[in-house]
Design a protein around this ligand. Structure first.
Ligand code: MN
Length: 445
């Protein structure tokens, strides 16, 4: 695990005042990476600090970085930094923390030249994502969804032994703020013996997820033991795995999700590093008595003691009518990443356990983060229980969501904007945030 050092000191302040404000997502203890441009389409790596973004390419050009860090810091994507030795990443974080510290010895006049207000820049995908894999690591989500489609057999026998995933599509991963076009696709025949139909998805949904980016990869044919998995994690982000449930229901057997997912996946612009998250590591999810223990390759004392990450998550929705009436987004649910049955290290180790080569910048997402309570469900499917009054399941709430405009939602409507937030908070350290992950649904073409 990553050591706590001076960069995590909760008393530490920056000469950039907005970084010292109580509610900021980006105090000097966070320092998330991003890629941005200033309207000229010339992407460069940035670091979030308060309401500003610091241009790392500029800092490298000013001679502020160690020689080994200059080339990767000047790229248009984070993959070079992701490929560094873990000790180099710590070194870079410590350097940036020193520049931005209130008592810095680096010229503030020089650094000021590399600062841009976050609301005046455009964000890009933070890295070249070679591959994207989505998992299914919340047992609450898996049980909820399973009980809708297989009431007598919600959790398949493999679930507690193996982190279930499907290979997503990297080309349709988009940055927060990108519009999402409602997909058109095949749906199951209304009655047996009829033909399937093809039309715009009516059951369009979101999935609240947390993603992580791979740091150094592994050669084809080799594996990543669980004891080394944390060193291969670069940082985390928010993910919305948009899902067309009517398309999914017809296509998902026997090989899993396909076109119901690959029309868009939205990621937040900020990559919160594993170094920044070090104060928020917690024990893995406590399996109830009677659950099987993972096989040896997915089990280690370190993973049990601190494999979890305590991230608090929120989803809200802003419909077109709400936007026109200047109403604030409506909260749909709040949950916690500690609800996940599998840790991110177990997910990474399992992914490489057959010799599959992971590469710097590969994106892995957790699967929908749902908790045990109704207000902790991370998808519309679960919140409205499939919007399906004809298929009652005892003890579930099938009421459509009510919006302040009088509108109702069982699934997403055109013009709806989905907004994800995440943050880490405990009594001992400074609160850090993930920023926002947003996307608006556009009508089918
Ligand atoms: Mn998903």
């Amino acid at each position: 695990m990553i050591a706590i050092d001076f960069t995590h000191d909760p008393q530490r302040e920056s000469w950039i005042d907005s970084a010292n404000e109580a509610g900021t997502d980006f105090p000097i203890q966070n320092l998330p990476f991003t890629v941005f441009h200033t309207g000229d389409g010339d992407p460069r790596i940035g670091v979030g600090i308060g309401d500003q973004v610091l241009d790392l390419r500029y800092c490298a050009a000013q001679g502020l970085l160690d020689a080994a860090l200059v080339e990767p810091a000047q790229r248009q994507v984070l993959n070079g930094l992701m490929s560094l030795e873990p000790a180099r990443r710590v070194q870079l974080r410590q350097a940036i923390s020193q520049w931005l510290h209130v008592d810095t010895s680096t010229s503030q006049a020089v650094l000021q030249e590399g600062l841009y207000p976050q609301d005046a820049v455009e964000f890009c995908l933070p890295c070249q994502i070679h591959d994207y894999t989505d998992f299914y690591a919340s047992i609450f989500h898996a049980t909820n969804v399973g009980s809708m489609f297989r009431p007598n057999n919600p959790l398949l026998p493999n679930y507690k032994h193996i982190p279930i995933g499907y290979h997503g599509r990297a080309s349709s991963v988009v940055i927060s703020g990108t519009d999402v076009v409602r997909p058109v696709g095949q749906k199951a025949p209304a009655e047996e013996g009829q033909d399937p139909t093809r039309s715009p998805a009516a059951l369009l949904d979101y999935e609240l997820e947390v993603g992580f980016y791979v740091a150094q990869g592994n050669p084809l044919g080799s594996t990543i033991p669980l004891e080394l998995a944390e060193q291969h994690l670069f940082g985390m982000c928010l993910v919305n795995d948009w899902s067309a449930r009517d398309l999914q229901k017809w296509e998902y057997q026997p090989l899993g999700p396909f076109l119901a997912k690959s029309f868009a996946t939205t990621v937040s612009p900020w990559v919160v590093t594993m170094e920044a998250l070090a104060p928020f590591r917690v024990p893995e999810y406590q399996r109830p008595d009677g659950d099987p223990q993972p096989l040896d390759y997915l089990s280690s004392p370190e993973n049990s003691a601190s494999g979890g990450v305590d991230i608090q998550l929120q989803v809200s929705l802003l419909s077109k009518q709400m936007r026109e009436k200047s109403l604030p987004p409506q909260s749909l649910s709040q949950t916690r990443f500690t609800n996940m049955y599998w840790t991110i290290a177990q997910i990474l180790t399992h992914h490489a356990s057959n010799g599959c080569n992971l590469q710097p910048g590969d994106l892995m997402a957790s699967g929908t983060v749902s908790g045990p309570e109704r207000n902790e469900r991370g998808s519309m499917l679960e919140l409205t229980w499939n919007g399906d009054a004809a298929n009652p399941t005892p003890g579930t709430d099938r009421t459509p969501l009510q919006l302040p405009t009088g509108e109702e939602r069982k699934f997403l409507g055109d013009g709806d904007e989905l907004i994800l937030h995440g943050f880490c908070e405990n009594e001992q350290y400074r609160r850090i945030g993930f920023g926002e992950c947003r996307g608006t649904v556009q009508p089918a073409r």
